[in-house]
Write a protein that binds this ligand. Sequence first.
Ligand code: FBP
Length: 330
Amino acid sequence: MPPVTLDRFILESEHAHPGATGELSQLLMRFGLAGKRIASELAMAGLKKELGSASTTNVQGEEQKKLDVLANEILLETFDYGGLVSLAASEEMVEAFVYTGNADGHYAILFDPMDGSSNIDVNGSLGTIFSIRRRGERGEADLLASGRRQIAAGYILFGPATLLVYTCGEAVHAFALDPSIGEFLLTDRFVRMPARGRGYAANEGRSLGWPPQVRAFTEYLKEFDPESGRPYSTRYSGSLVADFHRILLEGGIYYYPTDATGGGKPKGKLRVLYECHPLALLAERAGGRASTGYQDVLDIVPEALHARTPIAIGSSAEVSLYEKFLKGQG
Ligand code: FBP
């Protein structure tokens, strides 16, 4: 059986949808292309002096790394032809970018070009998260919508191997980059997240600022009770994409709650539109869940392009238990 490339898989999936225009297929293939270009830049970054700070800050007030800026440019360029995309929103740009040459483009794309920025200079795992929506008539304002309005979402994980995982709203599919031929090859047609795991990912260094119910949930995971699979192990890499990918394959939970301490994030750290909504769609399609603790993340309608939210994402058992603890029923 010849290897199934990303392009072949996408085209075969398209044929299963009579009426498909082929435009969404092209967009997904382009994210594959952008992923390959970013992977190549990452591999050479140290040698090309592309590590370190860009001496600028982004709309979040965070220091931008040279690779944040480079990855953002690569993604913008990749959709700047063919008339498909009229709007792009990114963690690294204050406002949504309007492709003046693609005014009739039917799609808007949203992305976190380089997730796990704190890992950039230390050769840790990194990722690119993306979401595709239909463009509305009101431009940026139309992006402020429920996560259930996404038509596709995915990520590229830059680790020992470069992986691409996406969903078009049905199943979740996984690919690995074969650098010898420069192609993403299918590794898993239907990725299913285990209903329960053995690991949790959270920055416990910030736990003093967490709601007491979240601290209680974390203490519960640490208790010794083999029957319920406890204690859980901590697996926190500094990259949401890397932690989410582990959970997609092994189960478990990642959570980034509100943080009331100085320097903390009172509304949570992670951004709704280009971090939480896309991963929440993948989680749900793979049989998992994503919650703020009180509502499904996919039901959040953000009030601003860079709005943040607390999030717990992963296996349905752990996320439901997290909600129970937050509601004081744990
Ligand atoms: P960036 O997109 O700016 O990297 O922020 C997201 C992120 O780095 C996640 O990948 C990661 O899980 C989390 O923030 C780490 O935050 P902290 O350093 O506060 O634990």
